[in-house]
Design a protein around this ligand. Structure first.
Ligand code: ZN
Ligand code: ZN
Length: 403
């Protein structure tokens, strides 16, 4: 017997129903916000992720599904969605067009890490990327969209926001932070010490309790923003206030790559174990340029589907469509051709084998059908069909051609 690979799984029945409901809901809302679907390859050149996700990140260091293909190319299964969409934006020369471009995507992502509950090697994300708009109005709009998606799915969340500044205010802050960290270096954990050299901003992100305590006195970028970043961030908080979207400011919410700037946000759920991010995103105005495209401001986010599958409140399924059954074999042929016609408009279940009234009614119930329609001996002789509205219990016999 062949089983799925470690950390990978099949989605069936209830799980796949949840999955599709999440995607359908998110897609419907993204379309209302003017996003169009983009599909990019799962396999990309490894160099794309090394450059965009960052060589010093855990993803690139340890978790990439990377291999040499038969042609000797260094390739990688995408660990996240933004890099591929930004690459497509550039290779399809969309960065040369003057209009704004907004894309949504969804599909599998791959990270080679130790599988544990809620953490698979193949997992799924829904995400959006908006290119060409530098105004903080777009940051607000994208956050509003995510909150509507979670509201529509019946999922509670805490929104945390921060500003990562810009090329003017981030570097002097970073220097400040590095000299603060140098003093407490000996008391910080191993991870922090490694990050201090490769990516000092990410030290703020450490989940270690004793580190967090030490870092609570660290200088805060939010108090050291340049005028433009400061006024943008204030504008964002005002817009969220006006839209009644609750948030907290988390000064330790960081990204640590140079092309991320200004708005950063995370949606956190308290319902799955310890605080867990169910969506994250922000502004990345320099990524397109970083990947050799024309400088293009951009903002985006991704939602982790597996993380919210348990949380989503599924709508009640209503009875739908018709169940067709025959009391004798000779009528099945007629039912099959009727079914083809009926399926132009509605869901139809045809029972091939059962012949008793009782089992037909039971099967119709199982099929969650709204109507049951049967052809018995009399109906076959008279060219009619018997129909019952299961909920109203109304029944009638009509000519087959009117069915
Ligand atoms: Zn700034
Ligand atoms: Zn630490």
């Amino acid at each position: 017997m062949i089983n799925p690979l470690r950390g990978m799984k099949d989605l069936t029945f209830e799980e796949s129903r949840r999955y599709i409901h999440i995607i359908d809901t998110a897609v419907a809302i993204a379309k209302r916000y003017g996003y169009s679907y983009i599909e990019t390859p799962i396999l990309e050149e490894t160099a794309l992720f090394k450059r965009s996700v960052g060589n010093s990140s855990d993803i690139v260091n340890k978790e990439m599904y990377q291999f040499e293909d038969k042609g000797g190319y260094d390739v990688c299964m995408r660990p996240e969605g933004t890099a591929g969409v930004a690459r497509a934006f550039i290779s399809d020369k969309l960065d040369r067009q003057p209009i704004k471009q907004k894309f949504y995507y969804h599909g599998p992502m791959f990270r080679y890490e130790r599988p544990q509950k809620g953490r698979l090697r193949e997992f799924h994300q829904f995400g959006c990327e908006s290119f060409g708009e530098e105004s903080v109005y777009e940051d607000f709009t994208i956050i509003a969209m995510i909150s509507q998606i979670f509201d529509a799915l019946g999922i509670g969340y805490d929104l945390q926001i921060n500003s990562l500044g810009c090329s003017e205010c981030m570097p002097p802050y970073k220097q400040n932070l590095v000299s603060f960290l140098a003093d407490i270096k000996g008391d910080l954990c191993e991870d922090c010490n490694r990050r201090l050299d490769t990516n000092p901003i990410r030290v703020l992100d450490c989940k270690n309790k004793s580190c967090r305590l030490l870092l609570s006195n660290a200088p805060k970028l939010i108090n050291n923003l340049c005028n433009e970043c400061d006024s943008d961030f204030k504008k964002l908080t005002l817009l969220l206030d006006h839209a009644n979207i609750r948030y907290t400011i988390d000064t330790n919410l960081v990204r640590g790559l140079d092309y991320y700037n200004k708005t950063a946000f995370e949606f956190i759920s308290n319902e799955i174990g310890s605080q867990s991010a169910i969506a994250g995103g922000g502004r990345y105005d320099r990524l397109v340029e970083f990947l050799d495209g024309k400088p293009t401001p951009a903002v985006g986010f991704a939602i982790g589907i597996e993380r919210i599958m348990e949380l989503v409140k599924m709508p009640k399924t209503l009875p739908e469509g018709i169940y067709l059954g025959a009391m004798q074999e000779e009528a099945v042929e007629l039912l099959l051709s009727l079914a083809v016609r009926k399926r132009l408009k509605t869901k139809v279940t045809v029972e091939y084998h059962a012949r008793s009234f009782k089992s037909h009614m039971k099967n119709a119930d199982k099929a969650e059908a709204k109507y049951v329609a049967l052809i018995g001996e009399d109906e076959l002789k008279n060219g009619t069909i018997w129909i019952k509205d299961i909920e109203n219990r109304e029944e009638k016999t009509i000519p087959v051609e009117n069915f």
